[in-house]
Design a binder for this molecule. Structure first.
Ligand SMILES: Cc1cc2nc3c(=O)[nH]c(=O)nc-3n(C[C@H](O)[C@H](O)[C@H](O)COP(=O)(O)OP(=O)(O)OC[C@H]3O[C@@H](n4cnc5c(N)ncnc54)[C@H](O)[C@@H]3O)c2cc1C
Length: 512
């Protein structure tokens, strides 16, 4: 083994949960269907919403661009908790007592609903109650945790300052706790929702990417292959809303990527789920491999997506942290995923715009989408049933103008820096297995060379608003620093908001 132990990292990027992927497949939508409700997106938000509505007797069609549960919900760390990082003190300052209470209540009710589902239906999803801890290793952040604990008191959130001893290797100066939270296996849980959806008559379609919505009394979702789905309501549960003509969501959210390792260690199984509040925000929970081997999920190293970071490094940093902290025998899985953060940190759940109240959206879960997706599903279902007037999560709320300008300064910076940055490399400089942006015949071209030598070349201008994409070496993907769109080596869209692929360039033909 080398000093840094890098060879322990598995070659493949795959999440632990995908080992237990949804086995069943569903047809492609080929023609025109209509239903009471069209749900777009088959992650936890879409599946939970479809289930709730079907249970209320609604006719539901669900469209998924790829395979069900392979988006962020299949790449999460799956802590089910109302302890959403250090947030309650900040929300009290920003939104006041009533709104902050409402945020906590929505997530607490969602937690209880999920727990009730697991218990009532005996869902085999490794649901395990655990205390949830936030901790700091730095004197400077102790005060921040104490303020958060006072916010818990004010909001009647159980727990507060933790007087016990966290595992020594976390090196905690101070910790706060919320007892009786949970961790689970999100795909096993979703498989139950899916079987219930089928039983209740939800019509499910995979490999049916939606590209457009015609707004109106009966909105119509158009798929890439020309198929259409019409409903009284359309619910956009696609993570980043694929329709952004009216809401300007891209200007009101940023995308943050985090990394996870599933490691085997000789250390005693820690009791609890842990999150460090200072960067790189190490996260820890237990899990088990399909063969029952106990694992530790070590996460963190979050950053804004596509900002030119060497994406091998976060995995190496996590491995070196875990090796130092508790020792690593082997690494079973590694994966990364991204989530959306709104300018004011509250999710967007509700009608897309004031004018189009029958097209609704749920997004911006800030890496706390286990309870938030269940809360969102209940809110969306209430809107559909005409029971929800307006919620504090409504996307129509006024986003922070300061943050809006700051985020878009960032976009502008990447637009400009991307276009005019100096490029030193040419196609021949890219070695087998490498990717980078090169200068080719006066143009910026994104090159990936397979280990066997085949070259894949794309135009690096993102098809969303024209920023320049960067190479993500560990995921073999092109990523946009502005709004987080991701493309594969041949330019096909992996994650929106971009809808169109990057232009493929035939470099071989053009070599002078
Ligand atoms: C690394 C990481 C760790 C996390 N850990 C936690 C945690 O411990 N606890 C917690 O509470 N939260 C956590 N989260 C957040 C949580 O995982 C997400 O908020 C949640 O899974 C989002 O669910 P979703 O259904 O909204 O989105 P997704 O699961 O991404 O589902 C969206 C679906 O829509 C489909 N889709 C997209 N575009 C289209 C289209 N045009 N047409 C049709 N279908 C489309 C996608 O293919 C996808 O299947 C974490 C997030 C990350 C990134």
């Amino acid at each position: 083994m080398t000093n840094d132990g890098k060879e322990l990292l598995p070659q493949n990027i795959q999440s632990l949960w995908q080992e237990h992927a949804v086995e069943k497949s569903f047809p492609v939508l080929e023609d025109r269907v209509s239903a009471d409700v069209v749900v777009v997106g088959g992650g936890l938000t879409g599946l939970t919403t479809a289930y709730l509505l079907a249970k209320e007797g609604k006719e539901v069609v669900l469209l998924e661009a790829g395979n069900l549960m392979t988006g962020t919900s299949g790449h999460t760390t799956a802590k089910v908790s109302v302890q959403h990082d250090v947030i309650y003190d900040e929300f009290l300052q920003r939104f006041g007592l009533e709104k902050t209470k409402a945020y906590y209540k929505a997530n607490d009710e969602a937690f209880r609903w999920m727990k009730g589902m697991v218990e009532q239906h005996q869902i085999d999803c490794d649901w395990e109650e655990q205390p949830s801890y936030l901790y700091t290793t730095q004197d400077l952040s102790v005060d921040k945790l104490e303020r958060e604990a006072r916010a818990y008191e004010q909001l009647h959130i159980p727990g507060g300052v933790y007087e016990g001893q966290l595992p020594e290797y976390l090196n905690a100066q101070k910790a706060i706790v919320v007892p009786s939270q949970a961790q689970f296996h999100p795909v096993r849980y979703a498989r139950f929702l899916l079987s219930e959806c089928e039983r209740l008559g939800v019509r499910l379609f995979e490999h049916s990417p939606a590209i457009k919505v015609n707004f109106g009394t009966l909105p119509v979702v158009h798929c890439r292959n020309g198929a259409e789905a019409q409903g009284d309501h359309v619910l956009i549960c696609t993570h980043f809303p694929f329709v952004d003509t009216h809401g300007f969501y891209f200007a009101r959210m940023h995308v943050s990527r985090s990394y996870v390792l599933a490691v085997e260690s000789d250390v005693d199984k820690p009791d609890g789920m842990f999150l460090e509040i200072d960067p790189p925000q190490h996260s820890l929970r237990t899990a088990k491999a399909e063969d029952g081997t106990p694992l530790l999920l070590v996460g963190g190293e979050g950053h804004k997506t596509g900002q030119g970071i060497n994406t091998h490094k976060p995995y190496e940093h996590l491995l070196s942290y875990a090796s130092r902290a508790f020792g690593v025998k082997s690494v079973h899985y590694r994966w990364s995923a991204q989530d959306l953060v709104t300018n004011d940190k509250l999710p967007f759940i509700g009608p897309m715009t004031e004018q189009h109240r029958n097209v609704l959206v749920a997004t911006g879960f800030r890496k706390w989408g286990m309870t938030t997706s269940a809360a969102a599903a209940h809110i969306l279902a209430r809107y559909v049933e005409g029971k929800e007037e307006e919620s504090m999560f409504s996307p129509a709320r006024f986003g922070s103008m300061k943050q809006l300008i700051r985020d878009n300064m960032d976009v502008a910076k990447h637009l400009v820096r991307g276009k005019f940055g100096l490029l030193q490399k040419h196609v021949d400089d890219i070695k087998p297995g490498e990717g980078d942006v090169v200068l080719h015949q006066g143009e910026r071209v994104g090159i990936y060379r397979e280990p066997e030598g085949k070259v894949h070349a794309v135009d690096t201008t993102c098809t969303h608003v024209g920023c320049e994409v960067n190479w993500n070496a560990s995921d073999l993907a092109w990523e946009c620093p502005c709004h987080g769109s991701r493309f594969d080596i041949d330019g096909l869209v992996l994650n929106g908001p971009a809808e169109k692929p990057l232009r493929v360039i035939d470099v071989d033909e053009r070599i002078e």
